[in-house]
Design a protein around this ligand. Structure first.
Ligand code: PLP
Length: 432
């Protein structure tokens, strides 16, 4: 596989950008080697600067759902740009996107737009603290909620990839009010609530965890969290930055039937532009400035380009309703992948939900962060390089999900399986 142009660009980038990248997980540090530089994308395909073509299962870590360079979105962005991308004043496009989001999540009585998932979760936690007058928050090990100080504990994603259990630069006092409980462990949460329930402002959870690889909530897990938080006057925050508009139009709220108090969104709802949102009932959201005393603001928040692009994406999804078909496709693909791996002698788990899956090199089901950390990382690294060499662009980390979009047609996925088969064969040879 030719990589000379990517290698040269990486050398140039490394002289200017930290680690040569703008976000850590894009580096291939944990799997070894240099990242490939992508020249362009179209639909489910990406091409690197050396001309290698890949079927893309990264999908910008779940932000892309309508295929790369979707003409509908390109048109929305260019039309918005012609009239000014950011005006320092409210624009009608904000109302359009907020209405479209509310159709998908009717529980969002009031919404605030921000610029990223990190801002959405950080601000939702602040609103919950302002609303309850309490300080303590609970998160689950392996769930990633962006990189704000108080949420960077056992955060999965890039931190796990780089073996950083907690980030340096976060004073202990900043996480002193953060409690971390194992994902899917109702008993541990019960014990925590029994001891500290009246002090807990919020429980924040990825209702479908996708940052330690994909880990599904066990039956009853979300229901029990809902029950305990309601009983203790604690705000329940669903971080749907990945699951929103992916697993159902109404995200994991619709998928699980559990109604949280606040929802955080990002990724798909911006159609590939930087965007985030949080919202919930009026009682909590009216605490946020200018209506209330919880301060949160943003120069670029609600900018026209992102709003127009997001509205085009969300409206397309509302009309086309790709979810049930995509769910079947993902199930079939994940099943085929598991069989293929086993036929090559690998013990794997391939958990899936609509539009995403993870290939874990593990003989046991993965239901927690500990299970994810116990997977065979050297096997993953060998697999990753074999996949890349066979034209499959997958995340360079065992702790990220692979993403499938409605634009990964049956034909493309059949082709992907052939590439995957070759990758399994090649990785065996790499070991030998
Ligand atoms: N929450 C979840 C569940 C995420 O997966 C991410 C990012 O991957 C974030 C929050 C942070 O979003 P952003 O990277 O847009 O700041």
């Amino acid at each position: 596989m030719k990589t000379s142009k990517s290698d040269r660009l990486f050398r140039e980038a490394s002289a200017l950008l930290v680690g040569g990248v703008s976000s850590p997980v894009r580096a291939f540090k944990s799997v070894g080697g240099n990242p490939v530089f992508i020249e362009r994308g179209r639909g489910p395909w990406v091409w690197d600067v050396d001309g290698n073509r890949y079927i893309d299962f990264v999908q910008s870590y779940g932000a892309v759902f309508l295929g790369h360079a979707n003409p509908l979105l390109t048109k929305a962005v260019t039309a918005a740009a012609r009239r000014g991308t950011v005006l320092g004043a409210p624009v009608p496009e904000e109302i359009h996107l907020a209405r479209s989001i509310r159709k998908a999540f009717p529980m969002l009585e009031l919404i605030r737009f921000v610029n990223s998932g990190t801002e959405a979760t950080m601000s939702a936690v602040r609103a919950a603290r302002g609303f309850t007058g309490r300080s303590r928050i609970v998160k689950f090990a392996g769930c990633y909620h962006g990189h704000s100080d108080g949420l960077l504990a056992k955060a999965g994603s890039g931190a796990a990839t780089l073996s950083l259990p907690d980030s340096s630069g976060v004073p202990a006092s900043f996480v002193a009010e953060t409690r971390v409980v194992p994902y899917n462990d109702v008993e541990a949460l019960r014990r925590l609530f029994a001891a500290e329930g009246r002090e807990i402002a919020a429980v924040i959870v990825e209702p479908i965890a996708a940052n330690m690889g994909l880990v599904r909530p066990r039956d009853g897990f979300l229901r029990e969290i809902r029950r305990m938080t309601s009983e203790h006057g604690t705000v329940l925050i669903f971080d749907e930055v990945i699951s929103g508009f992916r697993v159902r139009h109404g995200g994991a709220v619709e998928w699980s039937g559990i109604r949280p108090d606040l929802v955080c969104l990002g990724k798909i709802m911006g159609g590939g532009l930087p965007v985030g949102a949080y919202g919930g009932g009026k009682d909590i959201m009216e605490c946020v400035a200018p209506l209330g005393p919880v301060y949160q603001a943003g120069t670029l928040a609600g900018n026209r380009a992102a709003m127009a692009c997001g509205a085009a994406a969300v409206d397309w999804l509302a009309t086309r309703k790709p979810y049930l078909a995509l769910e079947k496709t993902t199930q079939k693909f994940a099943g085929a992948l598991a069989k293929l791996a086993e036929s090559h002698g690998y013990e794997v788990q391939v958990p899936w939900v609509c539009g995403m899956f993870t290939l874990f090199f593990s003989p046991r089901p993965v239901v927690s962060y500990e299970d994810a950390l116990a997977c065979d990382r050297p096997a993953f690294s060998r697999f990753f390089h074999a996949a890349l060499a066979n034209g499959l662009y997958v995340p360079p980390s065992p702790f990220e999900a692979c993403f499938v979009s409605p634009f990964h047609t049956k034909k493309i996925l059949a082709g992907a399986l052939k590439r995957w088969e070759k990758a399994f064969r090649d990785m065996g040879e790499a070991k030998a």
